[in-house]
Design a protein around this ligand. Sequence first.
Ligand code: ZN
Ligand code: FE
Length: 255
Amino acid sequence: MPLEIVTIPCLSDNYAFLAHDAASGNTALIDAPEAAPILAQLDQRGWTLSHVLLTHHHFDHVDGLPGILEKHPAKIIGAAADAHRLPPLDQQVSEGDTFELGGETVQVLDVSGHTVGHIAFYMPQSAVVFTADSLMALGCGRLFEGTAPQMWDSLSKLAALPDDTLVCSGHEYTQSNAKFALTVDPDNAALRDRAADIDRVRAAGEPTVPSSLALEKATNPFLRAADPAIQAHLGMSGAEPAAVFAEIRARKDRF
Ligand code: ZN
Ligand code: FE
C-alpha cells in the first residue's frame, strides 16, 4: 500500500505534507510552517504523528514545530549538516542515508542550493519526493547560500528519479513561476498548456502542488537548461547546462 499524502496549506503560501502508512499507523509530517492547520488535519483524520521530517532550517519550514510537538511528540529527523541551526533532532541524516517509515524505506538526498544543507526525502515505493525549496512547481528555490552549479547538481539528481514521481514542494509560487517560464521557453506547447491549467486551478482556489516529475521535466525551465530551444532563446546554444541554469536563475531573480 502506498503512503497516503495530504497537502496542507500553511502561512500565506507554504505547504506542509502528511505521509500516512495505513498498515502501521505511522504518519510523517514533512516541514512545519505553522501548527494550527497541521494539528487540524491530524485531528480530523485521527492520526498521530510518528515522525517529523525537516527539509531545511528556514523559519517558514520549522516555526510550527513547538506547537505540534506538544500534542504529537514525534521523532524529528533532519540534516546532520544543519543540526546546529535546526530544532533539536532525534536523528541526523545525510545524502544516501535511509530510514523506515512504516513499510516504506525513505531515501535522503542532499539538494543544496537554496541553502547548503537542504535535503529532500524520496519514498520510492510510493513514488513521492518531498523537495521543499529545491525543485518547486515550475521553479526552484532562490540561491541564498549555494552556487548555481550546486543547485544544478541537486536538480539533476531529482530529475533522474522516475517520471511518475510526485513532487511535493514547499510553496505556491506556480502562477508567477509560469509567467517567468514563458519568457525563457515561449514556444513550449506543454508549458503554455500548463500555464493555462494553473490559471484555472488558482482561479478555483486550489493548490498547484504537488505535481508530477514528468510534467516538471517537460515544462520547468530550471530542469531544461540542456534543452536546445531554451539555449537558443538565451543565445547560449551548446553551453554547459550548469551555465544555462545559472543564466535562467539570474533572470528569474531580476524578473
Ligand atoms: Zn526556504
Ligand atoms: Fe520556504
